[in-house]
Design a protein around this ligand. Sequence first.
Ligand SMILES: Cc1cc2nc3c(=O)[nH]c(=O)nc-3n(C[C@H](O)[C@H](O)[C@H](O)COP(=O)(O)OP(=O)(O)OC[C@H]3O[C@@H](n4cnc5c(N)ncnc54)[C@H](O)[C@@H]3O)c2cc1C
Length: 481
Amino acid sequence: MTGTTGTGVRDTATLLQLVESELAPTLADGALSTDPDVLESYSRDEALFCPADGAVALVRATTVADVQATLRFASAYRIPVVPQGARSGISGGANAVPGCLLLSVERMSRILAVDVAERSVTVEPGVINQDLKNAVAEHGLSYPPDPGSVAISSIGGNVATNAGGLCCVKYGVTKDYVRRLTVVLADGTLATLGTGTAKGVAGLDLRGLFVGSEGTLGVIVEITLRLVPLLPEPLTAVATFTDERSAAATVADFMASGAQPSMLESLDRTTLRLLNEYGDFGLDDRAGAMLLMQSDGSGNRAAALAEVESFTARAEANGALDTGYSEDTADNEALVATRRLAQPAYERYAQAHGGGQLLDDICLPRARMPEFYDGLDRVRATSGLTIAVVAHAGDGNIHPSVFFDARDPADVERAERAFEEIMRLGLELGGTITGEHGVGYLKREWLPRELDEGNRRLHRAVKEALDPDGILNPGKMFADL
Ligand SMILES: Cc1cc2nc3c(=O)[nH]c(=O)nc-3n(C[C@H](O)[C@H](O)[C@H](O)COP(=O)(O)OP(=O)(O)OC[C@H]3O[C@@H](n4cnc5c(N)ncnc54)[C@H](O)[C@@H]3O)c2cc1C
């Protein structure tokens, strides 16, 4: 590559020379790579339609000192830095930008301490979510946030995107578990934010500022998370409907009743069909929608059963085709596992139909979900594209997947328009352009449409204060603010 870096104007050859002569000696052995094949494989996350070219070097940090050295060097020469966890993101947030250093913390993957009395765990950022869950379970504790990417995403990435998931409807999202963060600021300074204690109100909540900051304010190098006792075994109920609107109305009614499901997911007709094509799941694909509800009754079996009955009654009042529930652990786990296979089923369908899948992520007030599905039918009709939907419906968090032929420019354009129409619909209905996947590159143009002028000004002021040279993940979340 020739040309200039994003901030400090410099040609790539000079930059590489500086990296080798000044950065390399300050890093642990093997941390630095400038091999083009390695750079290529680390240059992107799971998002489509996001540029990912121009990385100059990759630092695979193994220590906090590696991260500090990288940022000191980058800030001295005003070189863009892209923090990376496991690169499972779907908004292009971890993608390379021209002239950047990729700063991966995946090798910082130690669980440092489990404190049973405090019900907390302290980890390095590269720990995979499922590994953390398994480790704390041995101490009789749970870490609830469970993104669909639980087996492949890092805790640092989960914090940086404030990841959600299936059980958030009762147990909350990542931010509800973050007690303390250690971050490396743009100039290499180390800062500890929040406290290790259950309570703490000394100073501003800067820890909260970093949760969901998508690598634009600093690099998270240590995290202390709140834990809870092992979650009780849930009952699982299923209801099928002729259409998505009736399922959405059931969700709104059920949540308005004060219910506290530990999971409430919806799958549309296309998802049921694609899952049945993917494996032998026996889902009722004549149905237009299915709801999957779990209730753990907070450990009280009778309360869980009452909640299942209340769910069933509301589903029937909204014209359910069929309802049922199971107390069998294996059945329950199989149903949830099937729900988690929606994405692989989508991928197989996309591969057979031109390769394109744009996964959207809006969040709505629950009561507006029925209207959303009416609007989505209009988007389906106008675009002529297949749009399948899964939703963390109990949270109003909807994931429409727009399928298209990636080889056909007209189809690509139709898909991009449909993707935008879905966000527009989300905003019109009082929702947000992203419930959990983040802004990244993919939605950067849409962020100013959601935030009012006062909020945009605050965003700019925070960025200016923490990253005055704009070296942290440029071209992403803040780009159009
Ligand atoms: C199949 C699949 C299912 C998914 N399901 C869900 C879901 O249910 N809920 C959900 O919320 N998300 C989901 N995601 C999206 C993704 O997994 C999450 O956004 C996850 O939190 C990203 O973690 P990561 O370690 O892969 O981060 P990356 O993709 O590497 O990075 C994500 C962002 O965080 C920044 N970042 C990463 N680590 C750090 C750090 N240590 N310090 C500062 N910034 C950092 C990056 O710069 C980037 O902007 C899914 C993705 C896939 C592929």
